[in-house]
Design a protein around this ligand. Structure first.
Ligand SMILES: NC(=O)c1ccc[n+]([C@@H]2O[C@H](COP(=O)([O-])OP(=O)(O)OC[C@H]3O[C@@H](n4cnc5c(N)ncnc54)[C@H](O)[C@@H]3O)[C@@H](O)[C@H]2O)c1
Length: 320
């Protein structure tokens, strides 16, 4: 596998400066490129501030600040930087035509075996691979804000992406402590499709006058949002019971009439097969041979740990 020492990050905005910080803290040299000198300076300030705060939080020692900062070069010279990169992560403005011209250029100015990753939130990765010389080295690696902290990276191949490209990207993400997961190039990928469905309902609830933004935030953070940091939706459905979920879907669909509440076929099929979740030791997952009891213990230990943090954060009159 190609050795990666120098990462080119294109775009030094909200995401790009965080990428540079993360790579540099993990010992990689970074070329941070932006078309705007002013935004490069802003990125330099933000990265220093972030690192200083990490020292305050006792996450790194102060000598690590200078070491990390010294690994980052700030420049608007994309052509001069491209040839020095072992790996590229694109984080420019979400504008398809801009990204296409960038990938077209990177296809000819970077080495032939250099991975070209995009952080696009929405575009089909094929659109970018198709305009790039040697599309086998193009893929999506979708990080989440704030990039130095949030673990997830969705790894999204285009049709032409080679297995070597995927392996390189996954290995690099693991090397810097990220939590990469494969997903298909489809609108919203996985996380944003789910997230935006939730946000649409939150906005509708406020629009209908059912609750204020503050009330929605408070309820979400202390209910399913609280659990979601420990378990995914399928683990949660198994814990609660598939039949209970279907009953709620039935009622919501009947009363609200919205398609998204129609009981999904996958839920009906599993219930028909007698899979009700943890309560009868089979649901989306198998919980036989002691796994149900082990999951309950895992659930309680994770949630009690989070409850302590939650109470600390929400004590003293801070009811947000
Ligand atoms: N902000 C988020 O929470 C978030 C989360 C996940 C993914 N993303 C995606 O990450 C990408 C970057 O988002 P952002 O929030 O950092 O945007 P941003 O607007 O903060 O930063 C974009 C930067 O790109 C620079 N730029 C634009 N065209 C350029 C070019 N041709 N060459 C060099 N620099 C150029 C701009 O000057 C700007 O500094 C987008 O594709 C976005 O959809 C954003």
């Amino acid at each position: 596998m190609k050795e990666i020492n120098t990462v080119l990050v294109v775009g030094a905005g909200v995401m790009g400066h965080g990428f540079a910080q993360t790579f540099a803290l993990n010992g990689l040299d970074v070329l941070l490129v932006d078309q705007s000198q002013e935004l490069l300076e802003r990125a330099r300030t933000w990265i220093r501030q972030n690192l200083e705060f990490m020292v305050e939080l006792d996450l790194i020692q102060s000598p690590e600040i200078e070491a990390a900062l010294n690994r980052i070069s700030y420049t608007s010279d994309l052509d001069g930087s491209a040839g020095k990169a072992d790996y590229v992560l694109e984080a420019i403005t979400e504008d398809l035509e801009l990204k296409k011209s960038l990938f077209k250029l990177l296809g000819t100015t970077t080495g032939p075996d250099v991975v070209l990753a995009t952080n696009t939130s929405s575009y089909d990765i094929n659109e970018l691979a198709d305009v790039t010389q040697n599309p086998a080295r193009v893929l999506g690696t979708h990080w989440f804000h704030p990039p130095p902290i949030t673990p997830a990276v969705e790894i999204i191949p285009a049709d032409a992406t080679s297995p070597q490209t995927i392996d390189q990207a996954v290995a690099l993400m693991e090397r810097i402590g990220k939590f990469p997961t494969m997903c298909k190039s489809a609108p919203g990928f996985v996380a944003n499709r789910i997230q935006f469905a939730m946000v649409a309902e939150a906005l509708a609830i406020v629009e209908e006058g059912q609750a204020s933004p503050q009330e929605v935030d408070r309820i979400v953070k202390s209910s399913f949002g609280f659990r979601l940091s420990a378990f995914g939706p399928f683990e949660i459905i198994d814990q609660a019971g598939l039949d209970t979920y279907r009953a709620i879907f039935d009622y919501l669909y009947d009363k609200l009439g919205a398609e998204q509440f129609k009981p999904p076929r996958i839920l009906n099929d599993l219930i028909d097969q007698g899979r009700l979740g943890l309560k009868n030791e089979k649901g989306f997952y198998d919980h036989a041979d002691g796994a149900a009891e082990a999951l309950k213990r895992k659930r309680d230990s994770r949630l009690y740990a989070r409850l302590k943090i939650f109470r600390n954060e929400n004590s003293g009159g801070d009811h947000a």
